[in-house]
Design a protein around this ligand. Structure first.
Ligand code: PGA
Length: 256
């Protein structure tokens, strides 16, 4: 069986000055030197992308946008297209983060358009899904995740196959930035559910290859336990990705 290579991804959100971003990427690049068998990715603010790429030197760190518009260009004030991300050397794009869904009212239908545009450009989506605390307490977790997946791939599914390089992220909203992490068992059962959804809607081969990241208060202290679960293939890290030492410790989780 082909192995899924773990990925540790840092979502910097709307944080860091130019200089702070430069210092952070340099300390990450240095800290992961010699690290094998783990893909490292960061998603800086749009305006910092080119600068971060330059500052990382020859380090093999993937760059992602935190969002994109589904059109290639046009009168969309304040938006960024997938092509622009690629010009800024991004290979990946985070789509459907709960902060986009909740604060900016992005719907799964919009995310579906974005997934299709990313696929057209061969930009790899990191598609996020996750339930709120209310939904979890009402026993709706699986229904919510299923609906988000169904709608986010609705049109895409009609005429395309999911690529094995696609990345999904399970980010329970109640665990983001709260210090409250899902237990490894809680995360694993949703990851398994997501993998089964891929199998049901695409095929077994793709389901076995797609990486599913966990996000929500990941830190150096809890990463190893999360990564020991069979369907957790990496982490999407917010707060703890803003400090070089904690992000590098997370990336080096195998070393204990
Ligand atoms: P957090 O954020 O690690 O600060 O909880 C995760 C995310 O929003 O991707």
């Amino acid at each position: 069986m082909l192995e899924r290579k773990p990925m540790i991804a840092g979502n910097w959100k709307m944080n860091l000055s130019y200089t702070q971003a430069e210092n952070l990427i340099k300390s990450i690049a240095e800290g992961i030197e010699g690290l094998e068998g783990v893909d490292i990715l960061v998603a800086p603010p749009f305006t910092h992308l080119a600068h971060v790429r330059q500052a990382m030197g020859n380090s093999r760190i993937f760059l992602a946008g935190q969002n994109m518009h589904w059109e290639m260009s046009g009168a969309y004030t304040g938006e960024i297209s997938g092509r622009m991300l690629q010009e800024a050397t991004c290979t990946h794009v985070i789509l459907g983060h709960s902060e986009r869904r909740i604060i900016f009212k992005e719907t799964s239908e919009m995310i579906d358009l974005k997934v299709r545009a990313a696929s057209f450009l061969s930009l790899i989506p990191i598609l996020c899904v996750g339930e709120t605390l209310e939904q979890r307490e009402a026993g709706q977790t699986f229904a919510v995740i299923k609906e988000q997946l169904d709608l986010s791939f609705q049109n895409f599914r009609a005429d395309e196959l999911m690529r094995p390089s696609t990345i999904l992220a399970y980010e329970p909203v109640w665990a983001i930035g709260t210090g409250r992490t899902a237990t490894p068992d809680q995360a694993e059962e949703v990851h398994r559910f997501i993998r089964q959804w891929i199998e049901n809607n695409f095929n077994t081969g793709t389901a076995a290859l797609v990486r599913i990241l966990y996000g929500g208060s990941v830190k150096p202290e809890n990463i190893a336990e999360l990564m020991s679960q069979p369907d957790i293939d990496g982490a999407l890290v917010g707060g703890a990705s803003l400090k070089g030492d904690s992000f590098v410790q997370i990336a080096r989780y195998k070393e204990g």
